[in-house]
Design a binder for this molecule. Sequence first.
Ligand code: FAQ
Length: 317
Amino acid sequence: MANLTNEEVFQDKVDQEIRIEPKDWMPEAYRQTLIRQISQHAHSEIIGMLPEGNWITRAPSLKRKAILLAKVQDEAGHGLYLYSAAETLGITRDQMYEQLHSGQAKYSSIFNYPTLTWADVGAIGWLVDGAAIMNQVPLCRNSYGPYARAMVRVCKEESFHQRQGFEILLTLSRGTEAQRNMAQDAINRWWWPSIMMFGPGDEASPHTAQSMRWKIKRFTNDELRQKFVDICAEQVKILGFTLPDEELKWNDASGHYDFGAIDWTEFNNVIRGNGPCNKQRLDARRKAWNDGAWVREAAMAHTEKRKNRMAAAEAAA
Ligand code: FAQ
């Protein structure tokens, strides 16, 4: 390795699939890309608790309530793993919260849509967790050790989340006409936002090429979106519903489903803060942060008191 620059040693490790760990040398831009992506991902999990949280008190049975409560708690856990992974890169949790609460940090566009009926909980599990898994399974092999390891645990839980969503929709599909209509309406409203979740098309994605070289990303946004469309187009048949896209059609030549044009104006509007629920979501997080101030202060005061007591005991010994 004589005469190699730090950058060359780093890229060589990445190319050989050797994980980068927190104390290893890394280019500043790699560190910043990971901080951006991991913190955005953590914020998405935390904000992502809100749309489903809206239905915990109104779940249709005790069993559904217990399952939903556990799912939303899992999302909190995912957020916390991810904040910890980001902290290994030199940013503090307080800094990340400040970026979220000030509106500076992004979080996934999908969580700015409302949950109008119980069927939305099914649609979120099937489509949103389904899209999240499609994107996150390859992230289990990303080049940064703490992020990759966090993703392994997160994906295991999300596979369960996806199945519970599919099962809610399957149950509704066998129900009354009103229940079937409710489920179809939820699918109609969540489909397009779910395929937007994969991010801008490859031509418009500023970060993909570099992130692929660094093996943070293993597939492009469009590649993952296509895989997701192909899977959902088949699964929806089992449910006996349809996807709201008249151009969705199997293409023998490409071996994939063709699908209609995505409304990128809507996507850009939502990530700029103008989606249907952006304000509501951020207000809820800011309120939770402010309401929790006394807990943080009490915890700090307790730690300080214990430290002083231990110092006094040591001095007396
Ligand atoms: N929403 O060049 P790219 C979940 C931004 S977790 C908002 O393609 P990149 C679990 C992007 O940050 C869901 N912003 O960027 C759950 C960048 O911003 P910047 C979250 C988006 O990073 C389920 C700009 O656009 N998952 O669902 C979005 O290479 C159910 C240019 O984009 C993750 O975060 C978007 N959808 O690729 C919880 C996975 N897409 O900095 C509750 C990890 C893009 O230029 C219920 N993240 N942007 O201003 C990733 O894999 C990547 O960061 C991508 C974006 C693929 C999201």
